[in-house]
Design a protein. Structure first.
Length: 362
């Protein structure tokens, strides 16, 4: 059994955020601002705003704010946004922090916030050591074990990654009810008195951390991530016929609903291959997008451009296979490159295949 008195969920994260807020910022305004990072069109019922905010914070009853993120389609959208709109999400998170969080160097509430969240994650035994958090400024993730060793953080990316974790992974916000009761106890003298936060989470932490103020300041060399550490990635071509790549696009995610896994290919990606795989996917998607746009063109110039683009893609990426360490990743990339090679015959031009490639891609 996991520790039920230390649970990271939407409500408990919100309690910690409230403890770090600027003076005179209302609870409802802060919660709405935070949830709008991922869902700008979230429904706001002004008549019940305070009540729904209270339910979300206390984790006692189901809140309408939680239900917006519970259906599979919305959770899938969260995954797509963290994968494809990370820069935009970071900018929105920065605005929310500026408007709501006390980042004054004297109070150091922002530092305490990070320490508190780290302490909760570390003590929440329901969070597996392999669970990944998208907290790095470049949009990449680290697991719980690696997070424990980090000493440098960029607050917008850290908060964004933790928020994404709770919205995507915690299906029932009431799981944090025992934690809330421990942190904000009910006073015996009167149940009508406001329940104040008194837990001092993170305040006794001896962990020394540094909050950087700019993405460019982040030092990735201080993160202990072995190149051979395996990361689970689910890869999908939008077309089930992989060789019909003119209508396809690759999606890679490590956060996917169980019911969707059958339509994805699961890869075990060594961490050292991640940036190379990202570059390959970006190039492939650019390539297929250009094909879809110009494939129907009959003029000779378009055909020439497509042919040159095809060759540039193929001749650049085929040699890169030697740099890929993971067998699964190498085989999958090789398969896609083979599909690209087959596509070259559609341009009514001879594809000059290097001799070392002829046996592999027939």
């Amino acid at each position: 059994m996991y520790n039920t008195t230390c649970k990271l969920c939407g409500g408990t994260l919100f309690v910690l955020l409230l403890h770090s807020r600027k003076n005179k910022i209302s609870e409802s305004k802060m919660l709405v601002d935070i949830l709008k990072i991922f869902k700008s069109d979230i429904h706001i019922d002004e008549k019940n705003l305070k009540e729904q905010t209270k339910k979300f914070k206390m984790c006692k009853e189901h809140s309408a704010f939680a239900s917006d993120f519970e259906n599979p389609a919305e959770r899938h959208n969260l995954s797509l946004k963290i994968q494809n709109q990370y820069e935009e999400l970071i900018n929105e998170t920065s605005k929310v922090i500026e408007a709501n969080i006390d980042t004054n160097a004297d109070t150091r509430k922002d530092v305490l916030l990070v320490k508190a969240i780290l302490e909760v994650i570390d003590n929440d035994n329901s969070i597996d050591e392999r669970q990944r958090f998208y907290i790095l400024p470049n949009g990449k993730s680290v697991n719980k074990k690696q997070l424990r060793t980090m000493k440098e953080f960029y607050l917008p990316s850290f908060l964004l990654g933790v928020l994404y974790y709770v919205l995507y992974n915690i299906r029932d916000n009431t799981e944090g009810f025992n934690t809330y009761n421990l942190w904000c106890p009910q006073l015996r003298i009167s149940k009508r008195l406001k329940r104040e936060y008194s837990a001092m989470i993170g305040e006794n932490s001896k962990k020394k951390i540094k909050l950087i103020r700019s993405i460019d300041e982040f030092d990735y060399n201080n993160i202990s991530i072995p190149d051979d550490e395996l990361i689970t990635a689910y890869v999908k071509l939008s077309s089930k016929e992989y060789y019909n790549i003119t209508s396809s696009s690759i999606i890679v995610t490590d956060t996917i609903d169980d019911e969707e896994k059958d339509s994805y290919k699961c890869l075990q990606v060594p961490y050292g291959d991640c940036s190379l795989l990202d570059s390959f996917i970006d190039d492939f998607n650019d390539f297929t997008s250009f094909i879809k746009k110009h494939r129907s063109d009959t003029n000779n110039d378009s055909s020439t451009i497509l042919f040159k683009l095809h060759n540039a893609f193929y001749y650049y990426w085929y040699p890169q296979l030697d740099r890929i360490k993971g067998n699964q990743v190498r085989e999958w990339v090789d398969y896609i490159i083979g599909a690209v090679l087959q596509l070259g015959t559609c341009f009514n031009r001879k594809v000059d295949i290097p001799s070392k490639c002829k046996n592999k891609h027939k």
